[in-house]
Design a binder for this molecule. Sequence first.
Ligand code: ATP
Length: 476
Amino acid sequence: MRTSEIAKRFLDYFQDKDHLVVPSASLISPNPTTLFTIAGMVPFIPYLLGEQTPPKSRMASNQKCVRTLDIDEVGKTTRHGTFFQMLGNFSFGDYFKEEAIHYAWDLLTKPQDQGGYGFDPETIWVTTYTDDEEARSLWKNEGFDPEHMEILGMEDNFWTTGGPGPGGPCSEIYVDRGPAYGKEGGPSADENRYIEIWDLVFENYEVDNVRSKTDLHIVGELEHKNIDTGAGLERLAYLLQGKQNIYETDEVYPVIQAAESLSGRHYGDDAQDDVRFRVVADHVRSALMIMSDGVRPSNVGRGYVLRRLLRRTIRSMKMLGVDQEVLPQLFPVSKEAMAPSYPELNDTFSEVAESAYGEELAFRRTLDKGTTILDTAVNKAKKDKGDPEVSGKDAFTLHDTYGFPIELTLEMAAEQGVKVDQDEFRKLMNEQKSRARADAMKKRHNVDLSVYDDMRKTLDEPQVFLGYTDFSSRST
Ligand code: ATP
Protein backbone atom coordinates (compact mmCIF):
# COMPACT_ATOMS: atom_id res chain seq x y z
CA MET A 1 0.00 0.00 0.00
CA ARG A 2 1.56 3.29 -1.08
CA THR A 3 2.00 6.01 1.54
CA SER A 4 -0.52 8.27 -0.21
CA GLU A 5 -3.08 5.43 -0.13
CA ILE A 6 -2.52 4.93 3.61
CA ALA A 7 -3.17 8.64 4.18
CA LYS A 8 -6.24 8.54 1.95
CA ARG A 9 -7.69 5.58 3.85
CA PHE A 10 -7.28 7.43 7.13
CA LEU A 11 -8.94 10.59 5.87
CA ASP A 12 -11.71 8.66 4.06
CA TYR A 13 -12.39 6.65 7.20
CA PHE A 14 -12.85 9.75 9.34
CA GLN A 15 -14.77 11.62 6.66
CA ASP A 16 -17.14 8.69 6.68
CA LYS A 17 -17.47 9.20 10.45
CA ASP A 18 -18.60 12.76 9.79
CA HIS A 19 -15.23 14.52 10.27
CA LEU A 20 -14.31 17.62 8.30
CA VAL A 21 -11.07 16.79 6.50
CA VAL A 22 -8.77 19.80 6.16
CA PRO A 23 -5.50 20.12 4.21
CA SER A 24 -2.15 20.26 5.98
CA ALA A 25 -1.17 23.65 7.37
CA SER A 26 2.27 25.09 6.56
CA LEU A 27 5.41 23.73 8.19
CA ILE A 28 6.05 27.23 9.45
CA SER A 29 4.52 27.08 12.88
CA PRO A 30 1.82 29.62 13.64
CA ASN A 31 3.06 29.50 17.23
CA PRO A 32 5.88 31.96 17.99
CA THR A 33 7.52 29.63 20.54
CA THR A 34 8.34 26.96 17.96
CA LEU A 35 10.02 27.16 14.58
CA PHE A 36 8.11 24.42 12.81
CA THR A 37 4.80 22.62 13.02
CA ILE A 38 5.74 19.62 15.12
CA ALA A 39 2.45 17.78 15.49
CA GLY A 40 -0.92 17.43 13.82
CA MET A 41 -2.63 19.25 16.66
CA VAL A 42 -0.65 22.48 16.28
CA PRO A 43 -3.04 24.17 13.80
CA PHE A 44 -5.96 23.14 16.04
CA ILE A 45 -4.62 24.60 19.28
CA PRO A 46 -7.09 27.54 19.36
CA TYR A 47 -9.97 25.03 19.09
CA LEU A 48 -8.50 22.68 21.69
CA LEU A 49 -8.06 25.58 24.10
CA GLY A 50 -11.57 26.85 23.39
CA GLU A 51 -10.22 30.18 22.12
CA GLN A 52 -11.90 29.84 18.71
CA THR A 53 -14.91 27.95 17.43
CA PRO A 54 -13.91 25.19 15.00
CA PRO A 55 -15.71 24.97 11.64
CA LYS A 56 -16.88 21.53 12.77
CA SER A 57 -16.66 19.69 16.09
CA ARG A 58 -15.02 16.67 14.37
CA MET A 59 -12.02 17.25 12.13
CA ALA A 60 -9.19 15.22 10.58
CA SER A 61 -5.96 16.01 8.74
CA ASN A 62 -2.66 14.74 7.43
CA GLN A 63 -0.23 17.35 8.77
CA LYS A 64 3.33 17.94 7.53
CA CYS A 65 5.65 18.02 10.56
CA VAL A 66 9.30 18.79 11.22
CA ARG A 67 11.00 17.74 14.44
CA THR A 68 14.65 18.61 14.55
CA LEU A 69 14.73 17.36 18.11
CA ASP A 70 14.84 13.88 16.54
CA ILE A 71 17.78 14.74 14.23
CA ASP A 72 20.29 12.56 16.06
CA GLU A 73 17.96 9.58 15.82
CA VAL A 74 17.65 9.86 12.04
CA GLY A 75 19.09 6.92 10.18
CA LYS A 76 19.95 5.13 13.42
CA THR A 77 16.47 4.17 14.62
CA THR A 78 13.96 2.70 12.20
CA ARG A 79 11.31 5.30 12.87
CA HIS A 80 12.48 8.90 13.22
CA GLY A 81 12.41 11.44 10.44
CA THR A 82 13.12 15.15 10.71
CA PHE A 83 10.18 15.50 8.31
CA PHE A 84 7.16 13.23 8.66
CA GLN A 85 3.42 13.32 8.26
CA MET A 86 1.06 13.00 11.19
CA LEU A 87 -2.47 11.78 10.60
CA GLY A 88 -4.98 12.87 13.19
CA ASN A 89 -8.63 12.87 14.16
CA PHE A 90 -9.89 15.53 16.53
CA SER A 91 -13.04 16.06 18.53
CA PHE A 92 -13.75 19.45 20.05
CA GLY A 93 -16.35 18.79 22.76
CA ASP A 94 -17.96 16.12 20.56
CA TYR A 95 -17.16 12.39 20.90
CA PHE A 96 -14.75 11.17 23.56
CA LYS A 97 -12.74 8.17 24.71
CA GLU A 98 -15.10 5.40 23.64
CA GLU A 99 -15.34 6.49 20.00
CA ALA A 100 -11.65 7.50 19.80
CA ILE A 101 -10.59 4.01 20.92
CA HIS A 102 -13.17 2.30 18.74
CA TYR A 103 -12.21 4.25 15.58
CA ALA A 104 -8.49 3.57 16.03
CA TRP A 105 -8.97 -0.13 16.66
CA ASP A 106 -11.49 -0.48 13.85
CA LEU A 107 -9.34 1.27 11.23
CA LEU A 108 -6.16 -0.57 12.23
CA THR A 109 -7.69 -4.04 12.19
CA LYS A 110 -10.37 -3.76 9.48
CA PRO A 111 -9.35 -5.91 6.48
CA GLN A 112 -7.60 -4.05 3.68
CA ASP A 113 -10.27 -5.02 1.15
CA GLN A 114 -12.79 -3.21 3.36
CA GLY A 115 -10.84 0.05 3.49
CA GLY A 116 -8.82 -0.65 6.67
CA TYR A 117 -5.13 -1.35 7.31
CA GLY A 118 -5.60 -5.02 8.12
CA PHE A 119 -3.11 -5.27 11.02
CA ASP A 120 -3.25 -8.62 12.80
CA PRO A 121 -4.93 -7.79 16.18
CA GLU A 122 -2.42 -10.11 17.85
CA THR A 123 0.43 -7.74 16.93
CA ILE A 124 -1.13 -4.68 18.55
CA TRP A 125 -0.21 -3.40 22.00
CA VAL A 126 -1.45 -0.36 23.90
CA THR A 127 -0.35 1.66 26.88
CA THR A 128 -2.76 3.44 29.20
CA TYR A 129 -2.37 5.89 32.07
CA THR A 130 -2.27 4.47 35.61
CA ASP A 131 -5.56 5.96 36.74
CA ASP A 132 -7.37 5.44 33.45
CA GLU A 133 -9.35 2.32 34.25
CA GLU A 134 -12.01 3.55 31.83
CA ALA A 135 -9.64 3.39 28.84
CA ARG A 136 -8.57 -0.13 29.80
CA SER A 137 -12.16 -1.33 30.01
CA LEU A 138 -13.00 0.36 26.68
CA TRP A 139 -10.07 -1.42 25.00
CA LYS A 140 -11.28 -4.72 26.48
CA ASN A 141 -14.80 -4.04 25.17
CA GLU A 142 -13.29 -3.86 21.70
CA GLY A 143 -12.05 -7.41 22.22
CA PHE A 144 -8.50 -6.24 22.91
CA ASP A 145 -6.20 -8.75 24.59
CA PRO A 146 -5.52 -7.47 28.16
CA GLU A 147 -2.16 -9.23 28.03
CA HIS A 148 -1.10 -6.69 25.40
CA MET A 149 -1.69 -3.70 27.66
CA GLU A 150 0.88 -1.75 29.63
CA ILE A 151 0.08 0.73 32.36
CA LEU A 152 2.32 3.79 32.51
CA GLY A 153 2.55 6.83 34.75
CA MET A 154 2.16 10.54 34.25
CA GLU A 155 5.62 11.00 32.73
CA ASP A 156 4.68 8.88 29.71
CA ASN A 157 0.92 8.94 29.46
CA PHE A 158 -0.45 12.26 30.62
CA TRP A 159 -0.76 15.38 28.47
CA THR A 160 -0.85 19.01 29.55
CA THR A 161 -0.20 22.33 27.85
CA GLY A 162 2.63 22.94 30.30
CA GLY A 163 0.50 25.52 32.08
CA PRO A 164 -3.01 25.92 33.42
CA GLY A 165 -5.67 24.64 31.02
CA PRO A 166 -6.77 21.33 29.56
CA GLY A 167 -4.94 18.09 30.26
CA GLY A 168 -5.60 14.40 30.32
CA PRO A 169 -4.41 10.84 29.91
CA CYS A 170 -3.13 9.26 26.68
CA SER A 171 -3.25 5.80 25.23
CA GLU A 172 -0.43 4.93 22.83
CA ILE A 173 -0.78 2.20 20.23
CA TYR A 174 2.15 0.00 19.16
CA VAL A 175 2.79 -2.71 16.59
CA ASP A 176 4.91 -5.70 17.60
CA ARG A 177 7.29 -6.50 14.73
CA GLY A 178 8.03 -9.93 16.18
CA PRO A 179 10.83 -11.81 17.95
CA ALA A 180 13.32 -11.19 15.14
CA TYR A 181 13.35 -7.50 16.14
CA GLY A 182 14.06 -7.70 19.84
CA LYS A 183 13.00 -8.59 23.35
CA GLU A 184 9.52 -9.80 24.19
CA GLY A 185 7.51 -8.03 26.90
CA GLY A 186 5.73 -5.01 25.45
CA PRO A 187 6.65 -1.46 24.46
CA SER A 188 8.69 -0.72 27.59
CA ALA A 189 10.82 -3.81 26.94
CA ASP A 190 12.00 -2.90 23.44
CA GLU A 191 11.09 0.21 21.47
CA ASN A 192 12.70 -1.11 18.31
CA ARG A 193 10.54 -4.21 18.29
CA TYR A 194 7.31 -2.53 19.48
CA ILE A 195 6.81 0.48 17.21
CA GLU A 196 4.66 3.35 18.41
CA ILE A 197 2.25 4.21 15.64
CA TRP A 198 -0.58 6.24 17.14
CA ASP A 199 -1.14 8.34 20.23
CA LEU A 200 -4.66 9.03 21.50
CA VAL A 201 -4.95 11.97 23.89
CA PHE A 202 -8.09 12.30 26.00
CA GLU A 203 -8.37 15.86 27.25
CA ASN A 204 -10.87 15.70 30.06
CA TYR A 205 -9.33 17.58 32.98
CA GLU A 206 -8.67 21.14 33.86
CA VAL A 207 -5.23 21.37 35.46
CA ASP A 208 -3.27 24.12 37.19
CA ASN A 209 -0.02 24.50 39.15
CA VAL A 210 1.83 22.55 36.48
CA ARG A 211 5.34 22.58 37.88
CA SER A 212 6.51 19.64 35.80
CA LYS A 213 5.03 16.79 33.78
CA THR A 214 4.41 14.85 36.97
CA ASP A 215 3.84 17.65 39.43
CA LEU A 216 0.49 19.29 38.77
CA HIS A 217 -2.91 19.81 40.26
CA ILE A 218 -6.09 18.42 38.68
CA VAL A 219 -8.81 21.01 39.30
CA GLY A 220 -11.70 18.96 37.93
CA GLU A 221 -13.43 17.68 34.81
CA LEU A 222 -13.65 19.91 31.73
CA GLU A 223 -17.08 20.85 30.50
CA HIS A 224 -16.03 20.29 26.88
CA LYS A 225 -13.80 17.28 26.51
CA ASN A 226 -11.49 17.00 23.49
CA ILE A 227 -9.86 14.23 21.54
CA ASP A 228 -6.48 14.83 19.89
CA THR A 229 -4.76 11.96 18.13
CA GLY A 230 -1.57 11.59 16.10
CA ALA A 231 -0.59 8.63 13.92
CA GLY A 232 2.77 8.51 12.13
CA LEU A 233 2.13 8.01 8.41
CA GLU A 234 5.68 6.88 7.63
CA ARG A 235 5.59 4.38 10.50
CA LEU A 236 2.31 2.92 9.26
CA ALA A 237 3.81 2.85 5.77
CA TYR A 238 6.94 0.92 6.65
CA LEU A 239 5.01 -1.64 8.63
CA LEU A 240 2.35 -2.05 5.93
CA GLN A 241 4.90 -2.12 3.12
CA GLY A 242 6.93 -4.82 4.91
CA LYS A 243 10.02 -2.59 5.02
CA GLN A 244 12.65 -2.34 7.73
CA ASN A 245 12.34 1.37 8.45
CA ILE A 246 10.69 4.62 7.35
CA TYR A 247 13.53 5.47 4.94
CA GLU A 248 12.73 2.47 2.76
CA THR A 249 9.14 3.53 2.06
CA ASP A 250 7.99 4.66 -1.37
CA GLU A 251 8.21 8.43 -0.67
CA VAL A 252 11.76 8.28 0.70
CA TYR A 253 13.61 5.33 -0.84
CA PRO A 254 14.09 6.80 -4.34
CA VAL A 255 16.59 9.27 -2.85
CA ILE A 256 18.59 6.38 -1.37
CA GLN A 257 18.65 4.82 -4.82
CA ALA A 258 19.84 8.09 -6.37
CA ALA A 259 22.56 8.33 -3.71
CA GLU A 260 23.58 4.75 -4.50
CA SER A 261 24.08 5.52 -8.16
CA LEU A 262 25.97 8.73 -7.39
CA SER A 263 28.31 6.97 -4.97
CA GLY A 264 28.60 3.59 -6.61
CA ARG A 265 28.07 2.07 -3.15
CA HIS A 266 25.15 -0.17 -2.23
CA TYR A 267 22.63 0.37 0.51
CA GLY A 268 22.73 -2.72 2.72
CA ASP A 269 26.45 -3.46 2.33
CA ASP A 270 27.84 -1.52 5.25
CA ALA A 271 26.12 -0.42 8.47
CA GLN A 272 27.84 2.99 8.65
CA ASP A 273 27.17 3.78 5.02
CA ASP A 274 23.54 2.76 5.49
CA VAL A 275 23.10 5.39 8.21
CA ARG A 276 24.54 7.98 5.78
CA PHE A 277 22.19 6.89 2.98
CA ARG A 278 19.24 7.23 5.34
CA VAL A 279 20.37 10.62 6.65
CA VAL A 280 20.68 11.84 3.05
CA ALA A 281 17.21 10.61 2.09
CA ASP A 282 15.63 12.10 5.20
CA HIS A 283 17.40 15.46 5.06
CA VAL A 284 16.85 16.02 1.35
CA ARG A 285 13.14 15.49 1.80
CA SER A 286 12.95 17.73 4.88
CA ALA A 287 14.90 20.47 3.16
CA LEU A 288 12.67 20.24 0.09
CA MET A 289 9.47 20.42 2.13
CA ILE A 290 10.72 23.25 4.35
CA MET A 291 11.87 25.26 1.35
CA SER A 292 8.59 24.69 -0.45
CA ASP A 293 6.89 26.38 2.48
CA GLY A 294 9.04 29.44 1.90
CA VAL A 295 12.13 29.03 4.11
CA ARG A 296 15.56 29.84 2.66
CA PRO A 297 19.01 29.04 4.11
CA SER A 298 20.31 31.63 6.55
CA ASN A 299 22.15 31.95 9.85
CA VAL A 300 19.09 32.33 11.99
CA GLY A 301 15.93 30.49 13.03
CA ARG A 302 14.36 28.19 10.46
CA GLY A 303 16.91 29.16 7.81
CA TYR A 304 19.65 27.91 10.09
CA VAL A 305 17.93 24.56 10.62
CA LEU A 306 17.55 24.28 6.85
CA ARG A 307 21.19 25.18 6.27
CA ARG A 308 22.18 22.46 8.73
CA LEU A 309 20.06 19.87 6.93
CA LEU A 310 21.60 20.77 3.56
CA ARG A 311 25.13 20.77 4.92
CA ARG A 312 24.65 17.44 6.66
CA THR A 313 23.38 16.01 3.37
CA ILE A 314 26.44 17.21 1.48
CA ARG A 315 28.77 15.95 4.21
CA SER A 316 27.09 12.55 4.34
CA MET A 317 27.43 12.23 0.55
CA LYS A 318 31.09 13.17 0.87
CA MET A 319 31.52 10.37 3.37
CA LEU A 320 29.89 8.08 0.84
CA GLY A 321 32.75 9.06 -1.43
CA VAL A 322 31.00 11.67 -3.56
CA ASP A 323 32.90 14.91 -4.08
CA GLN A 324 30.92 16.45 -6.91
CA GLU A 325 27.71 18.45 -6.49
CA VAL A 326 24.90 16.26 -5.19
CA LEU A 327 21.77 18.32 -4.64
CA PRO A 328 20.97 18.71 -8.38
CA GLN A 329 20.80 14.89 -8.53
CA LEU A 330 18.89 14.36 -5.30
CA PHE A 331 16.37 17.20 -5.05
CA PRO A 332 14.43 16.36 -8.25
CA VAL A 333 14.15 12.72 -7.16
CA SER A 334 12.65 13.69 -3.82
CA LYS A 335 10.32 16.13 -5.53
CA GLU A 336 9.08 13.38 -7.89
CA ALA A 337 8.46 11.05 -4.94
CA MET A 338 6.54 13.67 -2.94
CA ALA A 339 4.67 15.54 -5.67
CA PRO A 340 1.83 13.00 -6.05
CA SER A 341 0.85 13.89 -2.45
CA TYR A 342 1.90 17.55 -2.69
CA PRO A 343 1.39 18.76 -6.28
CA GLU A 344 2.24 22.32 -5.19
CA LEU A 345 5.89 21.21 -5.02
CA ASN A 346 5.93 21.48 -8.82
CA ASP A 347 5.04 25.18 -8.66
CA THR A 348 7.83 26.19 -6.31
CA PHE A 349 10.50 23.74 -7.44
CA SER A 350 12.60 25.85 -9.80
CA GLU A 351 13.01 28.60 -7.23
CA VAL A 352 13.64 26.11 -4.41
CA ALA A 353 16.19 24.22 -6.48
CA GLU A 354 18.06 27.38 -7.46
CA SER A 355 18.41 28.41 -3.83
CA ALA A 356 19.41 24.91 -2.63
CA TYR A 357 22.01 24.45 -5.37
CA GLY A 358 23.44 27.92 -4.66
CA GLU A 359 23.76 26.97 -1.01
CA GLU A 360 25.64 23.82 -1.96
CA LEU A 361 28.14 25.76 -4.07
CA ALA A 362 28.73 28.26 -1.27
CA PHE A 363 29.22 25.50 1.28
CA ARG A 364 31.59 23.55 -0.97
CA ARG A 365 33.86 26.57 -1.23
CA THR A 366 34.43 26.49 2.53
CA LEU A 367 34.08 22.78 3.21
CA ASP A 368 37.42 21.66 1.81
CA LYS A 369 39.43 24.39 3.51
CA GLY A 370 37.56 23.91 6.77
CA THR A 371 38.01 20.14 6.68
CA THR A 372 41.78 20.53 6.33
CA ILE A 373 41.86 22.92 9.30
CA LEU A 374 39.72 20.56 11.35
CA ASP A 375 41.83 17.51 10.48
CA THR A 376 44.96 19.36 11.58
CA ALA A 377 43.24 20.38 14.83
CA VAL A 378 42.07 16.81 15.42
CA ASN A 379 45.54 15.39 14.81
CA LYS A 380 47.00 17.97 17.18
CA ALA A 381 44.39 17.01 19.80
CA LYS A 382 45.14 13.30 19.43
CA LYS A 383 48.75 13.92 20.42
CA ASP A 384 47.62 15.40 23.75
CA LYS A 385 47.62 13.21 26.82
CA GLY A 386 44.24 12.23 28.29
CA ASP A 387 40.96 13.00 26.57
CA PRO A 388 41.74 14.42 23.09
CA GLU A 389 39.98 17.74 22.56
CA VAL A 390 39.92 20.25 19.69
CA SER A 391 40.56 23.70 21.15
CA GLY A 392 37.75 26.23 21.36
CA LYS A 393 39.98 28.59 19.37
CA ASP A 394 40.11 26.19 16.40
CA ALA A 395 36.36 25.63 16.61
CA PHE A 396 35.88 29.40 16.67
CA THR A 397 38.10 29.90 13.60
CA LEU A 398 36.14 27.21 11.78
CA HIS A 399 32.92 29.01 12.65
CA ASP A 400 34.10 32.52 12.03
CA THR A 401 36.27 32.07 8.95
CA TYR A 402 34.95 28.89 7.32
CA GLY A 403 31.24 29.06 8.17
CA PHE A 404 31.29 25.72 10.00
CA PRO A 405 28.35 25.66 12.40
CA ILE A 406 29.59 24.40 15.78
CA GLU A 407 27.36 21.32 15.41
CA LEU A 408 29.27 20.37 12.26
CA THR A 409 32.61 20.71 14.02
CA LEU A 410 31.28 18.63 16.93
CA GLU A 411 30.02 15.94 14.57
CA MET A 412 33.18 15.79 12.46
CA ALA A 413 35.41 15.70 15.53
CA ALA A 414 33.23 13.02 17.15
CA GLU A 415 33.56 10.88 14.02
CA GLN A 416 37.29 10.78 14.79
CA GLY A 417 36.71 10.16 18.48
CA VAL A 418 37.66 13.68 19.57
CA LYS A 419 35.75 16.19 21.70
CA VAL A 420 35.66 19.98 21.33
CA ASP A 421 36.29 22.54 24.05
CA GLN A 422 32.83 24.09 23.88
CA ASP A 423 33.33 26.33 26.92
CA GLU A 424 36.25 28.09 25.27
CA PHE A 425 34.32 28.26 22.00
CA ARG A 426 31.38 29.98 23.75
CA LYS A 427 33.75 32.37 25.55
CA LEU A 428 35.28 33.42 22.23
CA MET A 429 31.84 33.82 20.69
CA ASN A 430 30.80 36.08 23.57
CA GLU A 431 33.97 38.12 23.28
CA GLN A 432 33.29 38.59 19.60
CA LYS A 433 29.75 39.75 20.42
CA SER A 434 31.08 42.28 22.93
CA ARG A 435 33.54 43.62 20.36
CA ALA A 436 30.74 43.95 17.82
CA ARG A 437 28.67 45.77 20.43
CA ALA A 438 31.51 48.16 21.20
CA ASP A 439 31.93 48.85 17.47
CA ALA A 440 28.22 49.45 17.12
CA MET A 441 28.35 51.94 20.00
CA LYS A 442 31.14 53.87 18.31
CA LYS A 443 29.20 53.95 15.07
CA ARG A 444 26.01 55.07 16.74
CA HIS A 445 27.52 58.09 18.47
CA ASN A 446 28.28 56.18 21.66
CA VAL A 447 24.66 55.33 22.34
CA ASP A 448 24.35 51.65 23.21
CA LEU A 449 21.63 50.33 20.94
CA SER A 450 22.89 46.78 21.20
CA VAL A 451 20.05 45.87 23.52
CA TYR A 452 17.72 46.21 20.56
CA ASP A 453 19.98 44.02 18.44
CA ASP A 454 19.96 41.44 21.21
CA MET A 455 16.20 41.57 21.43
CA ARG A 456 15.90 41.10 17.72
CA LYS A 457 18.46 38.31 17.80
CA THR A 458 16.71 36.37 20.52
CA LEU A 459 13.63 36.46 18.38
CA ASP A 460 15.34 34.82 15.45
CA GLU A 461 18.54 33.37 16.80
CA PRO A 462 19.58 29.85 15.72
CA GLN A 463 17.70 27.75 18.19
CA VAL A 464 18.07 24.26 19.44
CA PHE A 465 14.62 23.18 18.50
CA LEU A 466 12.73 22.01 21.53
CA GLY A 467 9.26 21.91 20.11
CA TYR A 468 6.43 22.03 22.55
CA THR A 469 8.62 20.56 25.22
CA ASP A 470 6.09 21.55 27.78
CA PHE A 471 3.06 21.75 25.65
CA SER A 472 2.65 18.08 25.38
CA SER A 473 3.37 14.97 27.31
CA ARG A 474 4.48 13.53 24.02
CA SER A 475 8.22 13.41 23.76
CA THR A 476 8.17 16.42 21.46
P1 ATP B 1 8.61 8.46 19.76
O1 ATP B 1 8.62 8.35 21.27
O2 ATP B 1 8.55 7.14 19.08
O3 ATP B 1 9.68 9.35 19.24
P2 ATP B 1 6.56 10.40 20.16
O4 ATP B 1 6.02 9.94 21.48
O5 ATP B 1 7.48 11.56 20.14
O6 ATP B 1 7.21 9.17 19.37
P3 ATP B 1 4.06 11.63 19.40
O7 ATP B 1 4.52 12.98 19.75
O8 ATP B 1 3.06 10.97 20.26
O9 ATP B 1 5.33 10.67 19.19
O10 ATP B 1 3.56 11.69 17.89
C1 ATP B 1 2.46 10.94 17.40
C2 ATP B 1 2.91 9.93 16.38
O11 ATP B 1 3.72 10.55 15.36
C3 ATP B 1 3.79 8.84 16.95
O12 ATP B 1 3.00 7.81 17.47
C4 ATP B 1 4.57 8.39 15.74
O13 ATP B 1 3.83 7.43 15.01
C5 ATP B 1 4.71 9.65 14.90
N1 ATP B 1 6.05 10.29 15.06
C6 ATP B 1 6.49 11.04 16.08
N2 ATP B 1 7.74 11.49 15.88
C7 ATP B 1 8.11 11.03 14.66
C8 ATP B 1 9.28 11.16 13.86
N3 ATP B 1 10.34 11.90 14.26
N4 ATP B 1 9.31 10.56 12.66
C9 ATP B 1 8.26 9.82 12.22
N5 ATP B 1 7.11 9.66 12.93
C10 ATP B 1 7.03 10.25 14.13
